[in-house]
Design a protein around this ligand. Structure first.
Ligand SMILES: Nc1nc2c(c(=O)[nH]1)N[C@H]1C(S)=C(S)[C@@H](COP(=O)(O)O)O[C@H]1N2
Ligand SMILES: [Mo]
Length: 529
């Protein structure tokens, strides 16, 4: 028999245990406080960063398609409240079990609170519109959850009769202290959670309402149909329209501005005949236009993916400028967003009759996503985004380039940003190892607003061969191309060059994106065996 074990002392009082009901309640209250803290901080700093709602979003995203369809069919528009209530029940159940597993030591409950907190943090960070400040709310959740679970656990253990604690604190018995603290946590959680939800109200829902209003609006110009022959996704090109969730995103916003449509207005002022302030209702009472446009970022390197296409819905900006009357001499339309970003667009471009500049409210049949400028942004075909595509736009001043300089202009980028004709090879991918036989090279080309006239491909430095172009949708959008070659086994390389419809060919000269856009012919190396 081992003699190293401490002898069992029969006279030692049993370690105190929290009664079951209280143990479960401690777990539930701590998690409720955590959820409420996240909701409150999110409501105050970044409504889209609520960890609770982010977990809900993640559940929807990760659910098999069949399940989400079933939920929609069964619960209709109540599917979201049903999901959120179901989540609340599951989380409360987990929290209660965690409390029950912690009747003596707080350890298990703390671990569960931390795990739930990390899940919330992860869900927020994987939101499509994640911005750095969004970590505040889930972090507050985690910290409050851990603090509350430890604190209530200590009080509950004391009430259960641990000797070291004083019998009375501030004149209250240990039990009365526990009851009051529990009630306080419960009330604070309800109030904080409600206040946070109210502050961040409608973030998800506002877009839904706008989407419906756009669908019901009067269309003065309908987007052309997009035939299947406009893209070769089966060959590795993008789909013709980029799904909103995959649309490239560039901005300086640390957190996505959240501005309700009814709180939005645009002031048009400066060198105009009649200054004017437009509300969202004013915009939607005008005839809307629908235009497919390929947006391009000046920072896009050769071969890069800062280029995407959507059908934008909005009002014609030229019409609006003609109504307010731009005074002679105003050469710059200086736009500012609600988060303080600003840029200048050449007025002569905005006033070109065929340019198609817009104030956009919709993107691919929905309200603009929050991260793409909800509720209103500018879109100007043929100009890089940094001089034209102001998101969350709330102010438009007609002025001169001499008087004011845009944000990126002050940082070394060019004043005017016409998009340079370009092409990209999407297939084969660099260093692909392909089977012997016929190799299809495919990619995209763009020259907004002129359109693409020709794309040529050269294999291993050989002669340029004309690629087959996909069906053209609009000069304002990209155009896909493909070309087939029979290649001998071994290493190969391909290059491409695009020529605009006006006959000007993409330049071979290599240039960095700064100051006015990268140039050079893209090339890809691969092997055939
Ligand atoms: N308010 C605001 N609008 C902005 C920017 C920004 O930083 N802030 N970036 C611009 C740039 S550089 C580009 S390329 C486009 C990108 O639009 P997207 O994010 O919808 O693709 O938005 C433009 N509009
Ligand atoms: Mo950009």
């Amino acid at each position: 028999m081992s003699t190293t074990e401490a002898p069992h002392r029969v006279d030692e009082p049993a370690a105190p245990q929290i009664p079951r009901g209280w143990a479960a309640l401690v777990g539930v209250l701590a998690v409720a406080a955590a959820v409420a803290a996240g909701q409150l901080v999110a409501g105050l700093v970044a409504p889209a960063s609520s960890p609770y709602l982010a977990v809900g979003d993640a559940v929807v995203r990760l659910s098999p398609h069949g399940l989400t369809e079933f939920a929609k069919a069964t619960f209709g528009t109540a599917d979201k409240p049903v999901l959120l209530a179901g989540m609340a029940l599951v989380i409360a159940g987990v929290a209660a079990l965690a409390g029950l597993a912690s009747r003596r030591q707080p350890g298990p409950a703390v671990v569960v609170v931390v795990v739930l907190g990390v899940l919330g943090l992860g869900a927020v960070m994987f939101e499509p519109a994640f911005a750095p400040l969004d970590v505040l709310a889930p972090t507050a959740s985690l910290v409050v959850g851990v603090a509350v679970v430890r604190w209530l656990h200590r009080l509950a253990l004391a009430a259960a009769g641990r000797r070291e604690e004083p019998a009375q604190v501030a004149g209250l018995t240990r039990r009365a202290l526990l009851v009051r603290s529990a009630v306080a946590v419960g009330v604070a959680s309800l109030a904080g959670g409600a206040a946070g939800s109210w502050l961040g109200r409608g973030v998800g829902d506002l877009r839904g309402t706008v989407t419906e209003r756009i669908a019901g609006a009067r269309l003065a110009e309908r987007a052309p149909a997009i035939p299947a022959s406009a893209a070769f996704p089966e060959l590795g090109t993008p789909t013709f329209l980029t799904p909103n969730a995959e649309f490239y995103r560039i901005d300086t916003a640390l957190r996505v501005p959240v501005l309700a449509a009814q709180d939005w207005s645009l002031r048009i002022h400066g060198m105009v005949d009649a200054e004017r302030t437009l509300t969202f209702d004013d915009l939607l009472s005008r005839p809307l236009v629908e235009r497919p446009v390929t947006l391009t970022c000046v920072s896009n390197p050769v071969g890069g993916d800062l280029i995407s296409t959507a059908t934008f819905t909005g009002i014609d900006l030229r019409d609006l400028l003609l109504e307010v009357g731009v005074r002679p001499g105003a050469d710059q339309a200086f736009s500012t967003s609600v988060d303080g970003w600003y840029t200048g667009t050449p007025v002569d471009v905005l006033l070109e009759p065929d340019r198609g500049a817009m104030l956009a409210v919709g993107m691919n049949g929905e309200a603009l996503p929050l991260e793409h400028g909800f509720p209103v942004r500018m879109v100007v075909p043929g100009l890089y985004g940094y001089v034209s595509a102001t998101k969350w736009v709330t102010d438009l001043e007609l002025t001169t380039f001499g008087a004011k300089a845009g944000f990126w202009l002050q940082r070394g980028w060019a004043q005017k940003g016409p998009i340079k004709t370009g092409s990209r090879i999407d297939s084969p991918r660099g260093f692909a190892a392909l089977p012997a036989g016929r190799v299809t090279v495919a990619g995209i080309a763009w020259s907004q607003p002129t359109g693409i006239g020709r794309v040529e491909v050269s294999v291993d430095g050989g002669p340029w061969q004309e690629a087959e172009l996909a069906t053209e949708v609009s000069g304002d959008t990209w155009r896909m191309w493909r070309a087939g070659f029979d290649l001998a086994p071994g290493g190969h390389s391909v290059r491409s060059r695009a020529t605009a419809a006006d006959g000007v060919t993409q330049t071979e000269a290599v240039a960095d994106p700064v100051p006015d856009g990268a140039t050079g012919w893209p090339d890809v190396a691969f092997s055939v065996s």
